[in-house]
Ligand binder design. Structure first.
Ligand code: SF4
Ligand code: SF4
Length: 326
């Protein structure tokens, strides 16, 4: 029996649906939404008990903090002003960015949430999103699978859980409605949402690749009904998709052959890059080779882009020359 297929929702004490009232007009998942996978449940089924205890034992306090903050994110919607302000002032937007910075947020973006990015059968209160990223230390991630990797992953899960709640508290104090969605146990697939917010582009490893931190980041969101957020008009990182197709290093490095060469579509039509069952066991041992081996973890975004553009211009020259020669 596949436990992770049965438990598709977080338990009620950490689920936002517990505090949503009948009169709240929520935004439901779209027809192509994908089911969430609750990683701890998957790990429970596929990792070994000894490995899990060894890996997770030292992280108990962080786990506790993550759970406390998940509950706070869900329950704190009851403190929304309801008739919240719909227009954010420049001053408040600046304060919001400063606050995020103080909380260890690396980059911040804004987007309208595509309903297909809300996990299937989940709901959110507002569909304008503030997307937050937190950098994972490249040096630690580059060390490869192990406790240090796992510590760093959990540090950012915890940090983002704290940050979304602090930001939600700040916005409510200023008179805005919000719904905090932490990195661990969030309500949407933040990777494509962050792409929509222009923060980077999804790589073949299924992770957002950003110019500042490559794939060494975790993501979270705060949903608001503020109408004048600075949404980007386009995403300048689309070239990454083409670059990935000629790279595939992460696919070769994955010890479980868990990364699909071309993304699959799940039973609901949602795009999936990784087989979660194949990934579960190595991940429970701290594997994150798809992050550490990525060209963007070791290299600099601008340099990689320049190399890609030069390669493409040579390809263009060759094909033009071939055409001219007939
Ligand atoms: S975490 Fe490891 S096993 Fe999972 S997809 Fe990444 S490289 Fe593969
Ligand atoms: S290793 Fe290569 S293919 Fe994989 S995500 Fe990074 S750039 Fe893309």
């Amino acid at each position: 029996m596949k436990l992770y297929k049965i438990f598709r929702r977080p338990p009620s004490f950490i689920s936002v649906s517990t505090w949503i009232k009948k009169e709240d007009q929520t935004i439901k998942s779209g027809p192509d939404a994908r089911l969430p996978i609750i990683v701890p449940i998957l790990e429970m089924q596929y990792g070994t008990i000894t490995e899990k205890l060894k890996m997770i034992g030292p992280l108990f306090d962080m786990f506790k903090s993550i759970m406390i903050n998940m509950r706070k994110s869900a329950k704190s919607i009851i403190f929304n002003p309801k008739l919240g302000k719909r227009q954010i002032t420049e001053e408040h937007l600046k304060e919001l960015k400063n606050k995020a910075n103080e909380l260890g947020i690396s980059t911040i973006g804004f987007t309208k949430v595509n309903a297909n990015h809300i996990f299937k059968d989940f709901e959110i209160l507002y569909d304008n999103a503030i997307i937050l990223t937190m950098e994972m230390n490249k040096g630690l991630m580059a060390k490869g699978p192990g406790q240090e990797n796992m510590n760093e992953i959990m540090r950012t899960y915890d940090g983002l859980g704290i940050a979304v709640n602090e930001i939600a508290d700040f916005l409510r104090e200023k008179g805005y409605n919000c719904h905090a969605s932490p990195a661990f146990g969030g309500d949407i697939n933040t990777v494509p949402a962050a792409q929509d917010a222009g923060l980077g582009f999804v790589g073949n490893n299924g992770i957002l690749i950003s110019p500042e931190y490559g794939p060494c980041m975790r993501l979270a969101a705060v949903f608001v009904d503020i109408e004048n957020l600075p949404f980007p008009e386009n995403n300048e990182h689309g070239w990454i998709a083409d670059f990935c197709n000629s790279c595939n290093k992460c696919i070769k490095k994955c010890p479980a052959q868990a990364i699909y060469k071309t993304p699959h579509y799940n039973e609901n039509g949602g795009r999936v890059y990784i087989d979660p069952v194949k990934c579960a066991e190595p991940f429970s041992r701290g594997c994150s080779l798809c992050v550490s081996s990525c060209v963007f973890t070791g290299g600099h975004y601008d340099k990689i882009k320049r190399g890609y553009e030069m390669k493409m211009s040579k390809v263009d020259e060759i094909s033009t020359g071939t055409e001219e020669k007939g």
